[in-house]
Design a protein around this ligand. Structure first.
Ligand SMILES: Cc1cc2nc3c(=O)[nH]c(=O)nc-3n(C[C@H](O)[C@H](O)[C@H](O)COP(=O)(O)OP(=O)(O)OC[C@H]3O[C@@H](n4cnc5c(N)ncnc54)[C@H](O)[C@@H]3O)c2cc1C
Length: 413
């Protein structure tokens, strides 16, 4: 086992981190098999990492403080208020997160895949055949490759998971995420004059009937910033027959038709304060994408010689702010289990016991937040600050520190 020959299926966030974990744990050979060709292309969008979770992951050697990031300190829950360009703040929460562009996070993890490991692109795994001593992977070119163990880091449509739990599929949550980013428009003149321009380290949650939109700045890769936004709402009326809005895949940038574009623009124009509306309206349709939101939970993270990591194992709704942390912690937990385990059985058992409960808690938290913030959202405009605080505490069943918001501290599910 110490010199085992390991394959990681998928070379995105979870896959690169898992390759690092396996190498550190003592694997003899690590091979990453990634379907995409070349560098994974970023979609110009952001991810956030909770500052406390970042500090733990940095100490564990999975992320680096030098990665370009934008600080976030506060989150302002905002509603439209007549013609006030920035709207009205209903409540302000501390929001200790670091905002990254997805591409720079992936670049950093790709760089960390140890030199001795092989990272193969254009390699599609079509079937996974486990037996008592190892696993044979079938590739799209017809070849079979033999490994001692396989880590499935192949995302929400994982072939590794399908082998472990046939028929287990993500379930649609009943709404969509619309995502994009734009150069931040200049602040409204009036607020600039009164020196009340929004602080770039503030995240905004713009509230509207039946949903909300999260907005925050991310590095643009050229020393400046972009404004990243994610808007959650049910599909437009009359689209029930459209399976593409209900299946776990995304309409890529440029994939929005005039019906979807018109719906988004109409909603934002009607319900957003002018400045925040401008941010969404300034994002070209060909760089806006739509992702149906769904939940996925597995009964086990490991079985025999197969292990799961990242979205292949569990998909928690993005409101948790903890999916990338979850994927990185999977790798860290794998390394820990590997270092302490005397044989495969011990490694997989420890890993499974560590991560299955955390994954389930995060999926549960995502469901609660999604219900409260989208499918059963309150009448935002009528909420007082106190109402909002109470509503927020109910979603976290007390405290966001213990609910897993932004990811659990390692060792606590
Ligand atoms: C190109 C890309 C861009 C993304 N951009 C963003 C973003 O901007 N913001 C954000 O919040 N999230 C983004 N995500 C999603 C984000 O990475 C995940 O939600 C989360 O970080 C967990 O990552 P993951 O590695 O588990 O899954 P994923 O990131 O989904 O990675 C799964 C990987 O497995 C590969 N794969 C799948 N099936 C096979 C197969 N059969 N054989 C070989 N390889 C396979 C895929 O090509 C992919 O690279 C992006 C994902 C990708 C792949």
């Amino acid at each position: 086992m110490r010199d085992g020959n390991i394959a990681v299926v998928g070379g995105s966030v979870a896959g690169c981190a898992a390759a690092l974990a396996a190498a550190r744990g003592g694997a003899g050979r690590v091979t990453v098999l990634e379907r995409a060709g070349g560098r994974l292309r970023e979609r110009g969008l952001g991810v956030t990492l909770h500052s406390d979770r970042f500090a733990e992951l940095e100490a564990a050697g999975y992320v680096d403080a030098a990665m370009p990031w934008s600080p976030l300190h506060r989150r302002i829950w905002t509603v439209r208020d007549g013609s006030a360009p920035l709207g009205r703040a209903v409540a302000v929460h501390t929001f200790p997160f670091r905002a990254y562009s997805w591409g720079s996070l992936w670049d950093e993890l790709r760089r960390r895949v140890p030199e001795g490991a092989v990272y193969r692109t254009d390699t599609v795994v079509t079937a996974v055949e486990p037996d008592a001593d190892g696993v044979t992977l079938r590739l799209a070119d017809g070849r079979g490759e033999r490994y001692d163990a396989v880590i499935g880091a192949d995302g929400y449509r994982s072939v590794v998971r399908e082998t472990m739990f046939p028929g287990l599929r993500p379930t649609w949550a009943g709404y969509l995420a619309w995502r994009g980013s734009c150069a931040p428009p200049p602040y409204p003149e009036e607020s600039a004059r009164r020196q009340s321009a929004p602080d770039p380290a503030e995240a905004r949650t713009v509230l509207f009937p039946g949903g909300h939109c999260m907005m925050y700045r991310i590095p643009d890769g050229r020393g400046g910033q972009r404004l990243n936004w994610v808007l959650y709402v049910a599909p437009p009326a009359g689209t029930d027959a459209r399976q593409d809005l209900r299946t776990p895949t995304s309409l890529p940038p440029g994939g929005l038709d005039p019906e979807l574009t018109g719906f988004l623009r109409g909603l934002v124009a009607e319900h957003f304060p002018a400045y925040w509306a401008g941010c969404v309206l300034d994002t070209p349709a060909d760089s806006t994408l739509v992702q149906p939101i769904y939940d996925l939970e597995v009964p086990h993270y490991a079985a025999g010689r197969l292990l799961l990591a990242g979205d292949a194992a569990t998909v928690a709704r993005p409101h948790t702010g903890g999916s990338s942390v979850k994927a990185l912690q999977d790798a860290w937990a794998l390394e820990t289990a590997w270092r302490s385990g005397a044989d495969w059985e011990a490694v997989t058992k420890t890993y499974d016991a560590d991560r299955t409960a955390v994954g389930a808690t995060m999926v549960g938290l995502g469901r609660r937040l999604g219900r409260a913030q989208v499918t059963e959202a309150p009448d935002w405009a009528g909420l007082t600050e106190e109402d909002l605080e109470q509503w927020w505490r109910a979603q976290h069943q007390g405290s966001e520190h213990s609910s897993g918001f932004g990811g659990h501290a390692r060792g606590r599910a």
